[in-house]
Design a protein around this ligand. Structure first.
Ligand SMILES: Nc1ncnc2c1ncn2[C@@H]1O[C@H](COP(=O)(O)OP(=O)(O)OP(=O)(O)O)[C@@H](O)[C@H]1O
Length: 238
């Protein structure tokens, strides 16, 4: 899917300006950028729920899944039922497999109120994969979790994506999540928002460690770029 020269304004606020982005099949692209720059706006355009004011979209995906910051599970349905809901044709064996893969084995019949925040978010990820979308959009899905759990969730996500192997657009403020997940990391600028840089990480996700030279070097570049975006004075003095 390709976005070309996308522009989006909300009344007099110019949010996206001439934004170009290519999302290849079977890749994870992580989006980093300052708060309020337009990341959710971009996801909504990719989802087709928001129309850009100008620009072209090529290769639009028909079936797009969305995972939000909050789990959005139905409280009156169990884990199994919540996952089944989006694809009633999925066999119980398939759903059980997904539940196992996100580490919720034994919790199939629990209701969302009986689960921790991390477990609920894992359930919503299993639900998103059961939807079998061509492209999955994830808007800071691990925001409410502590560091250790976030890294575990990233690993579960890699594991499940490698089976499913379709494209994911993953918005985050956490550089380590982007380093572990992304085939590409797009850094957005603010006011108005465009794609400032795209960094590529060639090592397969399941071979990556945050201590690796490639990831340390990429992290340094990202910190420089993001602190430039957040505070130009900090960047100049660095
Ligand atoms: N429906 C809307 N009407 C008017 N302004 C909006 C609307 N949605 C978003 N905005 C404005 O557009 C800008 C971009 O918002 P958006 O939510 O896309 O940013 P974001 O990068 O996802 O933010 P964050 O990092 O805080 O999640 C912000 O200034 C926001 O206030």
């Amino acid at each position: 899917m390709q976005l070309e020269a996308i522009c989006k304004n909300y009344d007099e606020i110019k949010v996206l300006k001439n934004l170009n982005l290519t999302i290849k099949d079977k890749e994870i692209i992580c989006i980093l950028g300052p708060s309020g720059c337009g990341k959710s706006t971009l996801l909504n355009i990719l989802a087709g729920t928001l129309k850009p004011d100008a620009g072209r979209i090529e290769g639009k995906k028909e079936k797009v899944g969305y995972v939000f910051q909050e789990d959005r599970l139905l409280p009156w349905k169990t884990v199994h039922e919540n996952i089944k809901l989006v694809n009633k044709k999925a066999s119980n064996v398939k759903i059980k497999e997904l539940i196992d893969r996100v580490g919720l084995k034994g919790f199939e019949d629990k209701y969302p109120s009986q689960l921790s925040g991390g477990m609920r978010q894992r359930c919503s990820i299993a639900r998103a994969f059961n939807f079998q979308s061509e492209m999955l959009l994830m808007d800071e899905p691990f925001k409410s979790l502590d560091y250790d759990l976030r890294i575990k969730m990233v690993k579960s996500l890699i594991d499940i994506w490698q089976q499913w192997n379709n494209s994911i657009v993953f918005v985050t403020h956490e550089i380590d999540e982007a380093l572990l997940l992304g085939n590409k990391i797009a850094v957005l600028s603010k006011n108005p928002c465009t794609v400032e840089t795209i960094l590529t990480i060639n090592t397969s996700q399941n071979l990556r460690r945050l201590e690796d030279r490639e990831l340390i070097d990429t992290r340094t570049k990202l910190i420089r770029m993001l602190s430039k975006e957040n505070d130009s004075r900090a960047y100049k003095s660095a």
